[in-house]
Design a protein. Structure first.
Ligand code: RFL
Ligand code: PHB
Length: 391
């Protein structure tokens, strides 16, 4: 049987960052990932890094490509009532965000891991977790037709919402807090010039829309869609027409349709599992919680979990015993709930809720108008968006 100190399940941002932080502190770890590295890197995911997340990457000495290629955004735009309004993140909070794809960040972390010769096992199948409620946990898995066992001190479940780590815990051992939303997001990636230099979040009676980007010549745009919609129902033409209809005229005029490179639909969900620790198993990132993407918080939460969990392991191995490990779940959950509240609030502010009546719609309108007539309200939103008030 092989042995390591921390066995990490999942090579997403949470798992790879945790691995990098532990390695820097001299703690041995192995990462086990269900998919191939190409499959992980091909997934379309997040695009916004909070400054705190970027600082963590810098601390690891891995910020080279990020600092070279990321776009610095000092503000975001919110479009409603036919006009684009600017939220001056830098002026209101003193901080900006970075536009840098999760794929790029994951690639940087994977290359650094490979260059340091750290073990990452891709395409691990039939992974199972054993004895994490005792002193000697271990993992069992298949890889390239061979069976393997990996003994460890701790298991970090960084395997996303549909992973095996949380699913291995008896349901009576934790509580879930959950909210579904009566709509999804349809996302399109295309080679086109972004219609505006900053992200445009649009509230419209036809539904929410978002124009984001990956660099200066590629757009990532989203439309609120029905949960029953299928990608095949959305031709490129229909997508761009609908996006035009939901944007303010200035943004719409600057948006040129282009063939889609990727198109996918995802449901929106808020979810928290409590606690995030079960004996020698710890959950981090989407494995323990989900937020709707409206606030751009998911990847940043995964990074903050990795930071806190790494610190708990470091304190433990430096002889500080149980207390550091015991703190992780409570500390992470406090932060997670702040991000849940923020993401839920942004979602409620900007989407069209099919079950809302005229009263609810007028309140939403009043809330948006209040936001752009109150610097205090803008400051609250800006501090949340850059992650300042959520840590
Ligand atoms: P991930 O990235 O899902 O990685 C988990 C990894 O675990 C692997 N895995 C397994 N490995 C071994 N054995 C098993 N049995 C396994 N089961 C699963 C998976 O293959 C995978 O590689 O979770 P992690 O690391 O917690 O990271 C979370 C983020 O990926 C997620 O929160 C964000 O992408 C959310 N999100 C956004 N977050 C932001 O901070 N800013 C954004 O702008 C933003 N936009 C988004 C988003 C998520 C989106 N989707 C598609 C859900 C936009 C979208 C469209
Ligand atoms: C993205 O670029 O994919 C993105 C940006 C901001 C969000 C969600 C997604 O709130």
């Amino acid at each position: 049987m092989q042995r390591t100190q921390v066995a990490i399940i999942g090579a997403g941002p949470a798992g790879l960052l945790l691995g990098a932080l532990l390695h820097k502190a001299g703690i041995a770890n192995q990462v086990l990932e269900l998919h191939s590295s190409d499959e992980v890197l091909a997934r379309m995911r997040a695009g916004i890094l909070e400054p705190g997340t970027a600082a963590l990457i810098d601390e690891l000495g891995l910020g080279g490509a990020m600092r070279r290629d990321a776009l610095i955004h000092a503000g975001i735009a919110i479009s409603f009532g036919g006009q684009r309004h600017r939220l001056d993140l830098q002026g209101l909070s003193g901080q900006s965000v970075l536009v840098y794809g999760q794929n790029e960040l994951t690639r940087d972390l994977m290359s650094a891991r490979a260059a340091a010769g750290l073990p990452t096992h891709f395409q691990t199948e039939q992974l199972s977790l054993h004895d994490f409620d005792g002193e000697r946990p271990y993992l069992r898995y298949q890889r390239l037709g061979q069976s393997h066992e990996l003994a460890c001190d701790f298991i970090a479940g960084c395997d996303g919402f549909h992973g095996i780590a949380r699913a291995s815990v008896p349901t009576r051992a934790y509580r879930c807090f959950e909210r579904g939303y009566p709509f999804g997001w349809l996302g399109v990636l295309a080679d086109a010039t972004p219609p505006h230099e900053e992200l445009v979040y649009a509230q419209h009676e036809r539904g929410f829309a978002l124009c984001s980007m990956r660099g200066r010549s590629r757009v990532r745009c989203y439309l609120q869609c029905s949960l029953s919609d299928k990608v095949e129902q959305w031709s490129d033409g229909r997508f761009w027409d609908e996006l035009h209809a939901r944007l303010d005229p200035a943004t719409a005029a600057a948006l040129r349709p282009a063939p889609s490179l990727e198109k996918s639909i995802m449901p929106l969900r808020s979810y928290v599992a409590e606690p995030l620790r079960f004996g020698r198993l710890f959950l981090a990132g989407d494995a323990g919680h989900l937020v709707p993407p409206t606030g751009a918080k998911g990847m940043n939460l995964a990074a903050a979990d990795a930071r806190d969990l790494a610190q708990a392991f470091i304190d433990h191995y430096r002889g500080q015993g149980e207390s550091a490990l015991a703190r992780y779940s409570e500390q992470a959950l406090r932060r997670v709930w702040r991000a849940e509240r923020f993401s839920w609030g942004m979602t409620r502010l900007l989407h069209h809720f099919p079950d809302h009546n005229g009263f609810d719609q007028r309140i939403q309108q009043a809330e948006l108008e209040h936001l752009f007539s109150s610097r205090a309200a803008q400051t609250v939103l800006a501090e949340g968006y850059v992650g300042q008030s959520l840590n």
